[in-house]
Design a protein around this ligand. Structure first.
Ligand SMILES: NC(=O)c1ccc[n+]([C@@H]2O[C@H](COP(=O)([O-])OP(=O)(O)OC[C@H]3O[C@@H](n4cnc5c(N)ncnc54)[C@H](O)[C@@H]3O)[C@@H](O)[C@H]2O)c1
Length: 306
């Protein structure tokens, strides 16, 4: 298949591109490099530098493409709380513009990187796909809005749509600075023997999914048609403070904790029920948290100190 990965110069998009190439697909990456890196794009993929709103670039990127894996977006929750318009413009309006370009090009198959943020604070755990969408922050609202547009493009134009709602991806790979994800920040602080930054005293519960397992799901759903929504998580909720303890255990030493208090827009607890995805395509996460953390620590040890 010829596949276009938007945002393929980013952290997760580049991992998906790597797996797609390995599986023998032809891959084009469209990325405006606002937060991605040319060096992230695996050899063998064609990189087109451009914004998803740029109709000329979109047309060029979509030539002969059978399926789009749509990863491009802004991802920082606190920034979205400060500037919702920026997030709505980039993640929703530019995506809709890109969907119109897809329709014009006759490419009507899309896999979309959504987020557990669409659920906000859920009444029931684990969260199932039919839980109500009540985003707690503008970033989550952009994902819920995009999902609604995808539903509309399925209904009006016959798009085949698969929505993957990621829980908390982690693992090796280059992210843009400043890094806002918890695990890399914990590891970087611990490796530098600095206080480890912790919100909510680490009482929040999250579901961490290893990047390779997450990326593999995009390959597994490639042949689906119609309109599908799947959670993508490990199905294990763990307190952040227990993740911190696991990191200390793997490292063999502890560093002090820097208590950062509470933070707007954060959800207290979420973890996924992912059995719908498992049943549909046989996807299974392979890397457990201890092994994934070990690999992530090795990755950050191998990086030049920033
Ligand atoms: N990382 C997570 O924890 C997480 C969780 C849930 C969902 N997601 C979703 O997965 C996707 C990828 O996330 P990531 O962690 O790899 O982020 P990332 O910032 O590393 O990658 C996003 C890429 O999109 C590009 N981009 C942004 N706006 C663009 C635009 N208008 N036109 C073209 N390119 C544009 C950036 O340059 C970047 O390379 C995002 O849509 C994100 O919302 C990520």
């Amino acid at each position: 298949m010829k596949i276009l990965v938007t945002g393929g110069a980013g952290y997760i998009g580049s991992e998906i591109t790597k797996l797609l190439l390995k599986a023998g697909h032809e891959v084009v990456v469209l990325d405006n490099l606002s937060h991605g890196f040319v060096e992230n794009v695996p050899k063998g993929a064609e990189l087109i530098v451009g914004d998803m709103r740029d109709r000329k670039k979109a047309k060029q990127a979509l030539a002969g493409v059978n399926c789009v894996i749509h990863m491009a977006g802004l991802i920082v929750v606190p920034e979205s709380v400060k500037d919702p318009i920026k997030y709505c413009d980039n993640n929703v309006l530019r995506t809709v513009s890109f969907l119109v370009a897809m329709n014009d090009a006759g490419c009507k198959k899309i896999i979309f990187s959504s987020s557990a943020c669409v659920y906000g604070t859920s009444d029931k755990l684990p969260i199932k796909e039919d839980a109500p969408l009540r985003p707690d922050n503008p970033y989550g609202a952009t994902k819920a809005s995009t999902e609604a547009f995808l539903q509309a493009f399925h209904a009006c134009f016959g798009f085949d749509v698969t929505i993957l709602r990621y829980f908390n991806p982690y693992g090796p790979g280059r992210m843009h600075e400043p890094i806002t994800h918890a695990i890399p920040n914990f590891i970087k602080a611990a490796l530098a023997q600095k206080p480890l930054p912790l919100y909510w005293k680490g009482e929040q519960i999250r579901d961490f999914i290893y990047i390779e397992d997450l990326a593999q799901a995009h390959i597994d759903v490639l042949n689906l048609s119609g309109f599908n929504i799947f959670n993508l998580g490990s199905e294990t909720g763990i307190k952040i403070k227990d993740v911190v303890d696991l990191i200390f255990e793997i490292l063999g030493y502890r560093v002090p904790i820097a208590d950062l208090g509470e933070r707007k827009g954060d959800v207290h607890a979420n973890y996924a029920a992912s059995d719908r995805l498992k049943k549909a395509v046989g996807w299974q996460p392979k890397v457990d948290l201890r092994e994934g953390l070990r690999r992530t620590i090795d990755y950050y040890k191998s990086q030049p100190k920033s």
